[in-house]
Design a protein around this ligand. Structure first.
Ligand code: NCD
Length: 321
């Protein structure tokens, strides 16, 4: 299977090569992204005249990184963006998502969609005349975060094959780990151990090969991690806003801190899609194993790679070699 490059809705259709192409584009575009503050940013106008619409549902789908890195990415490429404000739109008059998608797509070249309803992005893409990107559909998936996470693993380790990855925390409602599972399946000998408190286990439908789920009392997390000795700890936030009503988030809280690091090898890397709330103690931020901020920065070149691919600028990107 290979990605048809029409829309980016799920990670499933991506081949390993498709994922690696995004990574190699992100490397080519990195000098233009401005993430390395020690170097002068190079200029490109590859997307001059292109307009990207950000359709982010604002009530529950708060966003800093995904929204911001898409904005930065199009701007670093010389393109423009506009926010689609649902509350000000004719959706309030009863206009359907179907018609709204058709109309919006006539006004722009690319739509980035984040919505609580997992089906929303499918409706938008079916009715859009321009490429649509899933920037997080409810508790289902977050494929551009996965492309970022896997690209960043390449930055860290030069390969993804053979990695042992401990996914920790809310594996039930955290969409980043769902699509990451699907993405990692394309690689060789990746061992994934999912560690979660009772009730937040990875749903069956996302589980692929080489997955072992461990439901534990999170007080024993350090011991569990020391037993696994993972190359990557991929920590996730408890998705308070997605828990069923009446469920007390406090019972799921866990913490990765200096004591945890004592149990982890020097070459382990702690990743997190962020935002971190309580699960990562800021006391570890300066430890070389804590790479979550660099991971987040890398979102800009990866989203530049995604945008240029979907808009058909592959030849122009390859000329940057
Ligand atoms: C994640 C998300 O929105 O799913 N954030 C992000 O996009 N980097 C993770 C989260 O909110 O916990």
């Amino acid at each position: 299977m290979t990605w048809d490059k029409k829309h980016l809705i799920e990670i499933d259709p991506f081949s390993r090569e498709d994922i690696e192409n995004i990574f190699s584009f992100s490397k080519l575009l990195e000098p233009y992204s401005g993430i390395d503050k020690t170097k002068k940013r190079r200029q490109t106008n590859m997307c001059q005249g292109d307009l990207m619409v950000l359709w982010f549902e604002q009530q529950t789908e708060k966003s800093t990184r995904t929204f911001g890195s898409f904005e930065s990415a199009i701007s670093r490429l010389g393109g423009d963006k506009k926010d689609f404000d649902e509350l000000r739109s004719s959706i309030g008059k009863g206009e359907s998502i179907k018609d709204t998608s058709r109309i919006l797509s006539g006004q722009c070249d690319l739509i980035v969609d984040r919505h609580t309803d997992p089906q929303h992005v499918y409706t938008v893409s079916i009715n859009s005349m321009v490429p649509v990107i899933n920037a997080g559909n409810g508790s289902d998936q977050h494929p551009t975060q996965t492309l970022l996470d896997i690209s960043f693993m390449y930055v860290l380790f030069d390969t993804v094959d053979g990695l042992t990855i401990a996914m920790v925390g809310d594996l039930k409602y955290g969409r980043t780990v769902h699509s990451l599972m699907k993405g990692l399946e394309k690689f060789k000998d990746v061992n994934i151990v999912g560690i979660s408190p009772p009730g937040l286990e990875m749903p069956e439908k996302y589980i692929g090969k080489n997955y072992e789920g461990r439901t534990i009392d999170m007080k024993n997390l350090d011991k569990e991690l020391s037993d696994i000795g993972p190359k990557v700890v991929y920590a996730t936030r408890i998705q308070n806003e997605r828990l069923p009503e009446g469920e007390d988030p406090a019972k799921f809280i866990y913490k990765i801190n200096n004591a945890t690091l004592k149990h982890l090898p020097e070459n382990t890397r702690i990743m997190h899609p962020l935002p971190r709330i309580l699960e990562i103690d800021p006391e570890i931020d300066k430890d070389p194993r804590a790479v979550y901020f660099q991971q987040a920065d890398y979102g800009v070149p990866v989203r530049m790679a995604i945008i240029t691919t979907l808009l058909g600028y592959e030849d122009e990107v390859l000329k940057l070699r």
